[in-house]
Design a protein around this ligand. Structure first.
Ligand code: ZN
Length: 110
């Protein structure tokens, strides 16, 4: 690397410099230049869908909320969402019976 082609100033998380030639008159290479547009978000760039172990109504609600959110932001297709909801219905039926019972209503009689 010579003075007419200085290296990119970007530091990788490891502390190493990028090493690519910087753009003419700039401090960064093409890839690390601040004006570079971020890559287009694709379906593969979505974070993985973590389904918690369904052990109680709260985790069931969390999983349902995540499915709803992903359908709403169009990162989960309805066919897959339907499959997940059906599976969660089975998980709900397998919860211990005492969790499926509603709490006794309080006696409001005077
Ligand atoms: Zn660079």
């Amino acid at each position: 690397m010579n003075a007419s082609c200085p290296p990119c100033h970007h530091l990788h998380p490891t502390g190493n410099r990028c090493g690519s030639p910087a753009l003419r008159g700039e401090q960064f290479c093409f890839y690390h230049h601040p004006t570079r547009r971020p890559p287009v978000r694709t379906r593969l760039s979505n974070p993985p869908f973590y389904v918690p172990p369904i052990a109680d109504p709260e985790t069931l609600q969390i999983a349902l909320s995540e499915i709803l959110r992903r359908v709403a932001d169009k990162t989960l297709d309805t066919r897959r969402a339907r499959l997940l909801v059906t599976t969660l219905e089975m998980a709900k039926d397998n919860l211990p019976s005492y969790l499926n019972q509603s709490a006794p209503s309080p006696d409001l009689r005077p």
